[in-house]
Write a protein of this length. Sequence first.
Length: 377
Amino acid sequence: MSNRREYLPVNWMQGMSVSSSHFIATENSLLEHFLQTVSTLQQPFQYGLLPQKDGRKSVELKVTGHGEYTKVHLLSYFGVTLGGYLILIDKKEQDEGISCTCPVNGDSLEEEWDIVLSVSPYDRCPCGVPDVQEMPPRYPNVEPSYKLSLFPRKSGNYGGYDVFSVVVGVLRKIDTNYVLDGNYIPPALSMSSHPDLHKYTDDFTLRIRTIDSALHKIVEKALEQTDRTSVADSILLLCKELMRMTSSIFFDWRNAYFMSPYRIVVLLVNFASTVQCGLKFLSRKEKEEMLKYFHEWNGIAPATFEQMLDEVTNKRYNHSRINESMVSVGGAIEALEELLVSLSRLEFIGQHKESIVISERQIQDTSSNGRNWTLVD
């Protein structure tokens, strides 16, 4: 938002001629001052859908018509823009809501569009039910003007719209039909603002608990081993680093539903960056040895494992593409969980698959011999 004031306060004077324009100018001045103050205090990713209340959806869209007559309708939206303007739209009873026409099939090769809601805070659109006994007749209230637009996702905009615009959905073209992308998560204030974000929080919480439990088991087993191998020592070092990290986010994560998606991504990326940091504490030989050992239990090649960590830690967060970040960090957390759970189930840290297979064969042979002896007897 601009640091310059466009609407200055009215210089009220005793005995001056007063008209409605003076009151409108005062409203605009106060509104501008308020919006500039709020936007100054806002973090870059602190905008979007409000937390859901009473099971009510924070955003509702629908598509009507077919072909060139297809329209997108915004029936409701409860959120705040990056510029600090609170939007409370509920037009479900009107059925039409705020709408825009879809691109004509023959004129566009795009397959996906951002559905963008824009608000003009200083426009005054009369609304309400007029009082027939009041003279002159007038609408009792005003509201800002809203506009729904479609912007191609391939245009390279990446959700960078003005401070009074926000992405509310994504439209896709499949053959000649237009459909809403059901997997899209609009910009949101917190993890309780959208059902999918709530599910992500539930899933991540379970995975973090599993990881924490596996770490404790691995460390306990490794410390009890008197003849630890170099691989076991390396794993012990890495798990200690991860345990420090999980303990540092414990309190924050208890309030995960109230945190922003950006903050959640930051906390989860810490898992990947902690593993990277732990690998740097090892010599090149120790690192290669441990990554090969990981490959033995998770099936992920060392180079692929490191590449996954790099992609997660270096991926840029986009508040208009929340799901991309959630999928990225979710994949890394899942891979780490599977690895640590596998290691925690071993008889001792550093145990190889070959020894387990040989042991199982020996048990089978012994059992087989035992059964033969019994039958002969």
